[in-house]
Design a protein around this ligand. Structure first.
Ligand code: PLP
Length: 385
């Protein structure tokens, strides 16, 4: 059996056909597949504007640019995430202040955030970046209510959470990152994610003005739409660079791959949930291993399956010796040397405890029953001999 990794893409014959179709066509980039992927994605998560970009990091950068993040501002960012969740704020010259987590959800701790905001001078913070860690859908409705009290905008980093949902106070199912509560949300299509285009990302917002800014920043800050031009239109060739933008465009080739994979998303989410159920039923009796707990009012997307154990280092090595390649998510961002040099060493104890004990077991929709059976056997052997 091949080494079983913590995450892995699945490419089908239909995916390959979709990519080959683009390669044989007229457009490699900026053709019809970009818009198709954007529209299909919006339909799936019930969003109004989806804007496809080169990767999740570019999506975060565009979100921060569109919200006007700039030098002199301070933005709150949950520390249990990939560095990009904070870096996007630094790209725009603003400062980051890190937030500790709720150990149950591993996402930001709402009551602690409320305390922090109440004790800060009004206007201290401009906004916050919240992460649906591992695919756990954050209660963005409560987060919105809190953010509104203090005049903050919200970026929802939903890179882990394609297809995650929670029930809001009106008993409606809300897809993570669909723009209902956060100002802007972002997704990533890195190979270990639910949709794997190699590199790829999506910005989502319900706000048409923000969507227009994201589109402008995505392509050098240049518009070709005569109705939007600031200077007189010289002719049909006219285009105008209005802001300092970037080339964060994604190709038609990758969007064809994304759109093809999106067609299987429901099936793949169900598969991930059934893998989680099997872990729960076959590892749940091990007292020294704590498994994710998911309340009934939400549907986890299980990008990752994160367990906690005091013997994390030993379990990690044991798995590696037995054909399983786990991972650890995450070293808290505030413990990264770049941020330590910038802001000094700080303590966020719950995220640090999480990091000391967390391990991501293999979780991907293409994992076979046999592969999962092997992972379970190896874990059981470690604890029970
Ligand atoms: C939570 C989170 N945010 C942002 C990113 C950045 O996405 P990308 O790798 O597509 O740039 C990742 C990628 O792994 C992520 O996990």
């Amino acid at each position: 059996m091949k080494t079983i990794s913590y995450g892995r893409q699945e490419i089908t014959e239909d995916d390959i056909k979709a990519v080959v179709g683009v390669l044989k066509g007229d457009y490699l980039t900026q053709g019809p597949m970009v818009e198709k992927f954007e529209n299909d994605f919006s339909r799936f998560i019930q969003a109004s504007n989806s804007i496809a970009v080169t990767n999740g990091t570019a999506a975060l950068h565009l979100a921060a640019l569109a919200l006007g993040v700039r030098e002199g501002q301070k933005v709150l960012v949950t520390t249990n995430s990939f560095a990009a969740s904070a870096n996007c704020i630094r790209y725009c010259g603003a400062d980051v202040e890190f937030l500790d987590i709720d150990p149950q959800t591993m996402c930001l701790d709402l009551p602690a955030l409320e305390q922090k905001l109440k004790s800060a001078k009004p206007g201290t913070y401009s906004g916050l970046v919240a992460v649906d860690f591992a695919g756990y859908p954050m209660d963005t409705e409560s987060l919105r209510n809190l953010a509104d009290q203090f005049g903050l905008w919200i970026i929802e980093d939903a890179c882990h959470a394609v297809g995650a949902r929670f029930l809001n106070s009106k008993n409606e199912w809300i897809f993570s990152g669909n723009g209902k509560y956060a100002d802007i949300s972002v997704f990533s299509f890195h190979p270990v994610k639910h949709i794997a285009t190699g590199e790829g990302g999506m910005v989502v917002t319900a706000n048409a003005e923000l969507a227009a800014k994201v589109r402008l920043f995505r392509t050098h800050g240049i518009t070709k739409d005569p109705s939007l031009m600031l200077n007189p239109v010289d002719g049909p060739w006219s285009q105008e660079m209005q802001v300092l933008g970037y080339n964060y465009r994604i190709s038609d080739i990758l969007c064809a791959l994304g759109a093809s994979q999106l067609q299987r998303i429901q099936k793949n989410l169900l598969r991930r949930r059934s893998i989680a159920d099997r872990y729960a039923s076959e590892l749940g009796d091990i007292k020294a291993l704590s498994l994710p707990k998911v309340p009934k009012n939400l549907e986890h997307a299980y990008h990752l399956y994160v367990v906690h154990t005091e013997q994390r280092g030993e379990l990690f090595s044991h798995l590696q010796k037995n054909g399983v390649n786990p991972q650890v998510h995450y070293i808290p961002i505030h413990q990264q040397p770049y941020y330590q040099n910038l802001y000094g060493k700080m303590q966020l104890p719950r995220a640090e405890k999480h990091y000391q004990t967390a391990l991501s077991l293999p979780m991907y929709h293409g994992m076979s029953d046999e592969e999962q059976g092997h992972v379970i056997k190896v874990v059981r052997k470690f604890y029970l001999g």
